[in-house]
Design a protein around this ligand. Structure first.
Ligand code: SAH
Length: 391
């Protein structure tokens, strides 16, 4: 598809207006230089804010719900396009609020239907979103941070280093942008397996989860939304406290502290046993993610140890083929050995799936598109999010 037809955020007036840095602040007059970003608010807060705004503007209270429907459910680029509202009210809204767009900087489509989008944020940061079709499902793999601080040894995003946390509107906005394409792309499933560590940005991921799930906003069932983490305990606890049935995936990648420390520096802060305890305490079924690294974590001993951990918390294991050419000097485990590893886990009474590699021809591994664009190095791969069937 022609890139220029795929530029939802290009030259939008909202982009030029910038992004509100103080979404919670109540701004009374049109002369304020910073307009409120309605997309940073969860639907209940947006509706409450719009109700008081409607009252001030002499409009009936039901206008608030009308506007909320046009933020996420049936989104538009600008207030001017909310043609179900009176023209004067649209102008008043525009004077007080913004609906910031993410600018589509690049788009690639794989022969297998996987599509990858690179979005440029208001401050020039870039993030990636991947749309992965599989049968009746369309899974969006979304980013929660620009870059990542965790430095997992096989991951390209880690090599970029951490730039900043995304805001709720930048996280949920990735889904909104794809709904604004022509034709729109609407997901059945969401996985937080793009750039960043979602549970190190709970402040924004929490509200973004609400926006993704709330029927007044994106309306995606909580069981179809998976948060993937290296095991940030305070974040896992925060997710566990949510009443919705959001799913949790844990990047395990090694069955012992010694090996895990080598692959994932974060293991020093949150050792494996504590992460397993948190998984046990989580009241919903957890998925383990396990990237297969040839000669590193793929022996029969490893599968035995991993099976014991998975049984302990009744986890479902997702084996992920290493995306070739990733960070570090790792070799992918052969297909035959991955199948053997899966058999060993099954023999150990563990449910397991092998993730399919998708979008190989478009560098659909997260981190890769941004890496190519910033020309830091020759293309290197990162996360492969392939078949994100998580239980
Ligand atoms: N920080 C979170 C979410 C982002 S990474 C987490 O670590 O879970 C999403 C998944 O992609 C993680 O399981 C990560 O380990 C995996 N991944 C990273 N680099 C990869 C690569 N080169 N090949 C395959 N999977 C990779």
């Amino acid at each position: 598809m022609d890139m220029d037809q795929m530029r939802p955020g290009a030259d939008s007036p909202s982009m030029a207006a910038g992004v509100s840095q103080a979404p919670q602040r109540s701004l009374g007059t049109a002369s304020d230089e910073v307009r409120e970003n309605l997309l940073d608010l969860v639907p209940a807060d947006a509706e409450a804010r719009l109700q008081s705004f409607a009252a001030e503007s002499g409009e009936p209270a039901y206008r608030a719900a009308q506007v909320v429907r046009r933020l996420w459910l049936n989104p538009v680029d600008s207030f001017a396009e909310m043609t179900d509202l009176p023209v004067t009210f649209r102008a008043q809204l525009d004077a007080h609020f913004v609906l910031p767009r993410l600018k589509l900087a690049a788009h690639q489509r794989s022969t297998d239907g996987t599509q990858k989008f690179l979005f440029r944020l208001h401050d020039g940061q870039t993030i990636e979103t991947v749309a992965i079709p599989d049968g009746n499902r369309l899974t969006f793999c979304i980013s929660s941070q620009a870059g990542c601080a965790l430095q997992c040894s096989f991951c390209a995003t880690g090599l970029m280093g951490f730039s900043r946390n995304l805001s709720p509107s930048e996280i949920a906005g990735q889904v909104r942008e794809l709904a604004l394409l022509d034709p729109p792309l609407r997901p059945t499933n969401i996985v937080f397996m793009g750039m960043g560590e979602p549970l190190m940005n709970w402040r924004a991921v929490g509200p973004a989860l609400t926006i993704l799930n709330d029927p007044r906003a994106l309306g995606i069932g909580a069981r179809h939304i998976t948060v993937s983490t290296v095991g940030i305990l305070p974040g896992i606890n925060a997710l566990a406290e949510r009443p919705e049935q959001f799913r949790l995936a844990i990047s395990v990648h090694a069955p012992s502290d010694e090996l895990r420390r080598e692959l994932m520096p974060v293991n020093t802060r949150y050792p494996l046993a504590s992460v397993i305890d948190a998984a046990k305490a989580f009241d919903r079924r957890v998925t383990f993610e396990y990237v297969m690294l040839g000669g590193v974590n793929d022996s029969p001993d490893h599968s035995r140890e991993l099976a014991a951990l998975a049984r302990e918390c009744r986890a479902f294991v997702n084996l992920i083929p290493l995306h070739p050419g990733g960070a570090g000097n790792f070799t992918p485990t052969s297909e035959a050995r991955i199948a053997g590893f899966a058999r060993e886990l099954r023999a150990g009474s563990v449910e397991v799936a092998v993730r399919k590699s998708r979008g190989m021809d478009i560098a659909a591994a997260c981190g890769q598109l941004r890496t190519e664009r910033t020309r830091r190095r020759a293309p290197r791969s990162a996360e492969e999010h392939a078949d994100v069937d998580v239980a």
